[in-house]
Ligand binder design. Structure first.
Ligand code: AMP
Length: 215
């Protein structure tokens, strides 16, 4: 099964993608995660991408298209995958179609997780993560036992540079201007499955899996 998880920053794509990984046994391909790892590893691509990411700008299409092209050729992606955070522009969506066509494949569905903007800002600004074991927290909805310390490994939690207020605003505008138009693109192709992204993680997951039942 080849899925795209679509939605604004803070909609919960990453969390839902991880649950889908468990349910369907196919990998999550998150361009944001791949870029953050490249940055942490200090590769030239990661250092270049970090300039865009810190302000909430999109990394150039050629860079992310190349990342996805390489990643979907790996062994674990041959039975399918969940694209999380890709595509985010029309050229990326077209590049994905071309890549799939060359491989004689197609997408099964584009799941859109819809959440009102005010709720997104609240979700993003409270997010914290552990730089050591990657555990995720939310200061309001899922706080660590001791303020700013990871429950699992004791490291000091950090806030992503792009979860700070100015970058959040910029990411919302970027989503609205460059990414939201893809909904029409996938709607026209009969692939879009819109879903309500409000409520608990379990409720959202239940709606997503129900919307995929026919696949
Ligand atoms: P995410 O973790 O998906 O919110 O992505 C974090 C940041 O990585 C984004 O704000 C962008 O700067 C960059 N990024 C991730 N995926 C893409 C993409 N498909 N196209 C361009 N930039 C991306």
């Amino acid at each position: 099964m080849r899925l795209v998880l679509f939605g604004p920053p803070g909609a919960g794509k990453g969390t839902q993608a991880q649950r889908l990984v468990e349910k369907f046994g196919i990998p999550q391909i998150s361009t944001g995660e791949i870029l953050r790892k490249a940055k942490a590893d200090g590769t030239p691509m990661g250092t270049e991408a970090a300039r865009y990411m810190s302000t909430g700008d999109l990394v150039p299409d050629e860079v992310v298209v190349g990342i996805v092209e390489e990643r979907i050729q790996e062994d674990d992606a041959q039975k399918g995958y969940i694209l999380d955070g890709y595509p985010r522009t029309l050229p990326q969506a077209e590049a994905l179609d071309a890549m799939l066509e060359r491989r004689g494949e197609s997408l099964d569905a584009v799941v859109s997780i819809e959440v009102p903007t005010e709720a997104l800002v609240e979700r993003l600004s409270g997010r914290r993560s552990c730089p050591s074991c990657q555990a995720g927290y939310h200061m309001e909805f899922d706080p660590p036992e001791e303020a700013d310390i990871c429950d699992k490994c004791g490291a000091a939690l950090i806030q992503r540079e792009d979860d700070k207020p100015d970058a959040i605003r910029h990411r919302m505008t970027t989503f609205h201007d460059q990414t939201a138009p893809l909904m029409a693109y996938y709607q026209e192709r009969g692939l879009l499955r819109p879903g309500d992204g409000e409520g608990s993680m379990d409720e959202v997951f239940g709606r997503i899996t129900a919307s995929l039942e026919d696949l």
